[in-house]
Write a protein that binds this ligand. Structure first.
Ligand SMILES: [Zn+2]
Length: 127
C-alpha cells in the first residue's frame, strides 16, 4: 500500500514547515494529486489519520485537490484537459498523445494556527 509512504512524506513535510513557526500548530495541509498518480484517496486519508494520531499533528486536516490530466498539442500549442480518454486537440482535432500534467503529487499549502485565528502560510507552487 504505497499510500502509507505518501502519507508519511506529507506529515514529514508538514512537520518541517511547522518548525518554521514556533508556537503555532499546523491545522491543515493541502496536497495536489494528479489523476494519473493512481492514489486511493480514502486509503490515503486513512493512513494519514493513523500516522498523525498521538503525534503533534493529531487532528491535522488533509485537503486533496485533484488535478486532471492535461495534454498539449504540438501543432497549435494548445493545452487541454483530457476527458474520457479523448486525446484530440479541441482546436485542430489532431490526436495529441503528449501528456504534460496529471501525475502531480505535491504539497500545496500548510495552514498553521496561532491562538484562534487560522493563518494560511507557505502557499506555494513548486512548479
Ligand atoms: Zn491542436
Amino acid at each position: 500500500m504505497h499510500e502509507m509512504g505518501i502519507a508519511n512524506s506529507i506529515l514529514e513535510a508538514v512537520q518541517k514547515e511547522a518548525m518554521r513557526y514556533p508556537g503555532n500548530r499546523a491545522t491543515k495541509v493541502g496536497i495536489r494529486v494528479g489523476e494519473l498518480a493512481a492514489i486511493d484517496q480514502d486509503a490515503l486519508r486513512f493512513c494519514f489519520e493513523v500516522l498523525a494520531r498521538d503525534t503533534a499533528l493529531d487532528g491535522l486536516q488533509l485537503e486533496i485537490e485533484l488535478c486532471p490530466r492535461r495534454h498539449r498539442c504540438h501543432d497549435c500549442d494548445c493545452t487541454f484537459i483530457v476527458r474520457e480518454y479523448d486525446f484530440r486537440c479541441p482546436k485542430c482535432q489532431k490526436v495529441t498523445p503528449q501528456c504534460v500534467s496529471g501525475d502531480e503529487l505535491e504539497l500545496a499549502f500548510v495552514e498553521v494556527e496561532e491562538e484562534d485565528e487560522p493563518t494560511a502560510v507557505g502557499r506555494k507552487s513548486s512548479q
